[in-house]
Design a protein around this ligand. Structure first.
Ligand code: FES
Length: 94
């Protein structure tokens, strides 16, 4: 499985897990609405690595950004995403 490095953590995507789902599972601060490439809410900056799309998404993506809900990792990646504030300051679960 491919490794995802964020600004705060590292984890491996599970089989068939989207980048968005992996970021949610590991308590990262990610936004989403449609989860299917239409709204662009889940855009994150790709710092390293390669992704592709099964179908070209409808949402606008700027140079260097990816849609976490529908991109398919082609390599280990690094993305500009942080842990949720309650996790990053050690207060998670309180
Ligand atoms: S959540 Fe809408 S494009 Fe990803």
């Amino acid at each position: 499985m491919f490794k995802v490095t964020t600004l705060d953590a590292e984890f491996e995507l599970l089989p068939d897990e989207s980048l968005l789902a992996g970021l949610e599972r590991t308590n990262h601060a990610v936004e989403y609405q449609c989860r299917s490439g239409y709204c662009g809410s889940c855009r994150v900056k790709l710092l390293a690595g390669r992704v592709s799309y099964r179908e070209m998404p409808m949402a606008f993506i700027a140079e260097g950004e990816v849609l976490a809900c529908c991109c398919v990792l082609e390599s280990d990646v690094a993305v500009a995403c942080c842990l949720r504030a309650d996790e990053a300051d050690g207060k998670g679960g309180e």
